[in-house]
Design a protein around this ligand. Structure first.
Ligand code: APR
Length: 170
């Protein structure tokens, strides 16, 4: 699996699957979640609602991942994953790693060859960027998958630099 970095908007990525930094309600939010629903259109939310009504009555648990259509996005699927909220007092690294592992597992189930990841949990959920980058790159590197390209799409130059460091030092 090739790991690539790109600074830009994840909703513009022409990949098979775009990973959404969702919350457990699956009913939208700000940041990546807001951008994906805004640009992807109502079809995504419609499928999220069906998932809530069928498999995820209490919401998608942290660290898990589930796929829906990508609606109007230039992608085939959105893989929604719920990152952990950062806590200085409790090590939730395994839950953050699980977001990437589970997203790759779902991507393989779909037969996705390319997957775009945001820096999960580093926005509203407050995870320090360098540590999140280390976990993200380390987990994707260590997870066997049929996915051919894992593309980290970073919104800022600082985030991009953090992921570059994680790639080099990993
Ligand atoms: N493309 C790529 N990256 C983006 C984009 C975008 N369009 N918009 C924001 N980001 C970056 C942020 O700068 C941050 O580095 O994605 C990272 C994750 O930030 P959030 O989207 O805030 O996600 P997270 O920290 O995981 O918090 C999830 O926020 O939007 C709500 O509903 C969501 O409750 C959930 C929470």
């Amino acid at each position: 699996m090739r790991i690539t970095l790109l600074q830009g908007d994840i909703t513009a990525q022409r990949v098979d699957a775009v990973v959404n930094a969702a919350n457990s309600s699956l009913l939208g939010g700000g940041g990546v979640d807001g951008a994906i629903h805004r640009r992807g259109g109502p079809a995504i939310l419609e499928e999220c609602r069906k998932l809530r009504a069928s498999h995820y009555g209490r919401g998608l648990p942290t660290g898990q991942a589930v796929a829906t259509t990508a609606g109007e996005l230039p992608a085939r699927w959105v893989i929604h994953t719920v990152g952990p909220v950062y806590s200085a007092g409790e090590d939730r690294s395994e839950l953050l790693a699980s977001c990437y592992r589970e997203s790759l597992r779902v991507a393989d189930e779909l037969g996705a060859a390319s997957v775009a990841f945001p820096a999960v949990s580093t926005g509203i959920f407050g995870w320090p960027m360098d540590d999140a980058a280390r976990i993200a790159v380390g987990t994707v590197r260590a997870t066997p998958a049929r996915v051919e390209e894992a593309r980290f799409v970073l919104f800022t130059a600082d985030a991009y630099a953090a992921f570059e460091r994680a790639l080099v030092t990993g």
